[in-house]
Write a protein that binds this ligand. Structure first.
Ligand code: C2O
Ligand code: CU
Length: 663
């Protein structure tokens, strides 16, 4: 005999005796009959919870996770459990959960934008819209069914319930109604968002070049002929699609971004030294893009510099890069059209070249891109890969870890990004992808990473606990986020103080090197770095100069194949300048005239501190037209670029005629 058919009984005082309660009264834990409404409520909420869990897990795997999705999933799960109990007041609480869920959905800015404009990018268009509509519809059905289930048989049960029941049930009902009301009418929580990005452009006008050619006009070779041979036995193919996206940070901040394949950093390209790498760039943005393979000695035609080695790839078009990496190591890629705006706003990723014959064995090999975004209220937002929170990487005690770090942006001050490793002593095994000789163990030493530079760290996991990579964004103290935690454990509550910086001029062990300060140099170029108010590309402001000139009026450095060229950088400013040479490796000779006392150092980006000099040298062994510029994007955008030119011509031009503006 089912309960609802039992003869009615007077409400007996609640005795706490379960048998008594079941027989004689409706206790607070009496389950309601299984009704259609409670079944609908249960299944719709359960499906919502499952969908939410799948979404949350996917976000954690591919996008660094979303607290909002986690909270919504948890609420859906709780509501499901409450409804499943079939205990009336718990079901009423389940209804409150459903209302909260609808509130959470409808106060998400993406959801609102997507509902308002079902087909509009950058919110993912129609599929995103459907993806949001489904859980909202399910939750609405679940909520309605839950309320109906609670109200079912209200009259008959009311007669059997103790006197407190109407009071409690109206309180619960009021809460349900109240939360629905709040959900419908209250403004959502203030989720910090950043205004949409503006497509980069330079307006024409006085001072803006129309068509400047960076090559040697009547040279026997055009750089379009300078291609890597396509003879490798292994070919690694990738497609990188430039597209807009919204990045959700773990702090809840939502950032508009330009990305490769929807994420920033874009996919990490892992290739092997000597393989042919074929990358198809597809442009789904509304403006031109290119890809430059930073630090990789590619043939000139694949260097990806708009107006120098190619035209920027137009919206809707695609372009194929072929190159064969000569050197193993940690590299990265980024757009070299309006690179200040395009790279800063997300068009970059990492490129890792494994050696053809392995040198160091690492059990765990992981990489981190340090980026600085323009966050809410124009405040800098610092990230590691795609999170402003904590990244985790698994490693077991005793395992050897190679951690590759790149600084893909610049700090607002233009100072290098300071990082250190907490929890284990470590070695810096390579800089800009090039191995160091006899690197010593360091403990919590601050590592200054100039814009575009890379550090590879190597260390062993301790017997217990984790190892963490932390940053000092302002250069004075380490912060808790963003951070990378390797192994089991969390960040120590108290982080070490910033101590004396790592110094590449004294680190490691000396060894023979083909290029030394005593080498015979065919040509020495002296390059003075300075800044002053002036004009650049038709705009007035602080300009950054090479030998007193602003790009594209800077001198060209003429070189011949086979020459050994010395560059003397003389920084006369109060700022750091990470000077980057395309297509070649620079050997560091001296700092302030002092030769290095440690390992030889080979870089593609040399960080020249304020009021210091650096001498570097490179072998001119890669014909073409190559940029030499400061990798502080602001400085490059305001003048600090020049060309190193062999006797090679180019069909491309920089200026308003082509729309090519490399920085
Ligand atoms: Cu990383 Cu000219 O660039
Ligand atoms: Cu600079």
């Amino acid at each position: 005999m089912s309960k609802e058919n039992q003869p009615e009984q007077d409400a007996a005082p609640h005795t706490g005796d379960p048998t008594n309660t079941a027989e004689h009264s409706i206790g607070i834990f009496t389950r309601q009959p299984r009704s259609t409404m409670s079944r609908i409520a249960f299944w719709t909420l359960l499906i919502t919870a499952i969908l939410g869990a799948a979404g949350s897990i996917a976000l954690h795997i591919f996008a660094g996770g979303s607290i909002d999705a986690d909270v919504a999933t948890t609420v859906a799960l709780l509501a499901t459990i409450l409804v499943w109990t079939r205990i009336r007041w718990l079901q009423a609480l389940g209804a409150v959960g459903g209302a909260i869920l609808i509130y959470l959905f409808l106060t998400q800015p993406f959801v609102i934008e997507s509902l308002a404009q079902p087909r509009a990018d950058p919110n993912g268009g129609f599929y995103h819209f459907v993806g949001q509509l489904v859980p909202i519809a399910l939750t609405c059905i679940g909520l309605a069914a839950t309320i109906a289930a609670v109200l079912q048989n209200y009259r008959s049960i009311a007669r059997k319930t103790p006197r407190w029941f109407p009071v409690v049930s109206s309180a619960v009902g009021g809460m349900v109604a109240g939360s629905v009301f709040i959900g419908a009418l209250a403004p959502g929580p203030v989720i910090p968002t950043v205004p949409p990005l503006q497509a980069p452009a330079i307006s024409s006008g006085p001072g803006v070049p129309i068509a400047m050619n960076m090559g040697m006009p009547h040279a026997p070779t055009s750089l379009t002929q300078l291609q890597d041979p396509q003879t490798a036995t292994r070919v690694d193919r990738f497609t990188l699609t430039a597209q807009p996206a919204h990045l959700t940070m773990s702090s809840g901040v939502s950032l508009p971004a330009w990305t490769f394949n929807g994420t920033s950093p874009g996919p990490t390209l892992h290739v092997r030294q000597g393989d042919e790498v074929v990358v198809t760039l597809v442009n789904h943005l509304s403006f031109g893009v290119t890809i430059h393979w930073h630090g990789v000695r590619v043939a000139n035609a694949s260097d990806g510099v708009a107006g120098v080695t190619q035209d920027a790839v137009k919206p809707g078009q695609s372009y194929v890069y072929h190159f064969t990496p000569l050197d193993a190591g940690t590299y990265w890629y980024h757009s070299h059209q309006f690179s200040e705006e395009e790279t800063t706003n997300g068009l970059f990723g990492m490129l890792i070249v494994d050696p053809a014959t392995p040198t160091i064995h690492a059990d765990v090999d992981t990489s981190v891109a340090l980026h600085t975004w323009n966050g809410p209220n124009n405040q800098p937002l610092y990230t590691m890969n795609s999170t402003d929170g904590t990244l985790n990487k698994a490693a077991r005690p005793g395992q050897w870890v190679r951690l590759r770090i790149v600084n893909t942006a610049e700090t607002p001050t233009g100072n290098p990004q300071l990082v250190t490793l907490v929890g284990a002593p470590f070695q810096v095994v390579s800089l800009d992808g090039h191995d160091l000789n006899g690197p010593q163990q360091l403990t919590q030493t601050p590592l200054p990473i100039g814009a575009a530079q890379r550090y590879d760290l190597f260390f062993q996991m301790p017997v217990s606990g984790s190892v963490a990579l932390v940053t000092a964004d302002d250069g004075s103290s380490y912060v808790q986020t963003p951070a990378l935690i390797i192994g089991q454990g969390s960040l120590p509550a108290k982080l070490p103080a910033v101590t004396k910086w790592f110094d590449l001029t004294t680190y490691g062990t000396p060894t023979a090197d083909p290029v030394t300060p005593q080498s015979h140099f065919d040509t020495t170029y002296s390059i003075v770095l300075s800044n002053q108010l002036g004009t650049s590309l038709g705009r007035s402001g602080m300009t950054y100069m090479l030998n007193g000139k602003v790009f594209p009026d800077t001198a060209m450095l003429m070189v011949k194949e086979g020459q050994l060229i010395k560059l003397h950088f003389d920084n006369q400013t109060n700022l750091y300048h990470p000077m980057h040479l395309h297509g070649h490796i620079m050997t560091v000779l001296t700092q302030n005239g002092q030769p290095l006392s440690g390992s030889p150092v080979h870089l593609d980006t040399v960080l020249v501190p304020p009021h210091m000099t650096y001498d570097v040298a490179f072998v001119a062994n890669n014909p073409g037209v190559w940029m030499l510029h400061c990798h502080n994007f602001l400085h490059a955008n305001w003048g600090m670029d020049m060309m190193v030119t062999y006797n090679v011509s180019t069909p491309y031009t920089i200026g308003t005629a082509s729309g090519n503006f490399p920085d």
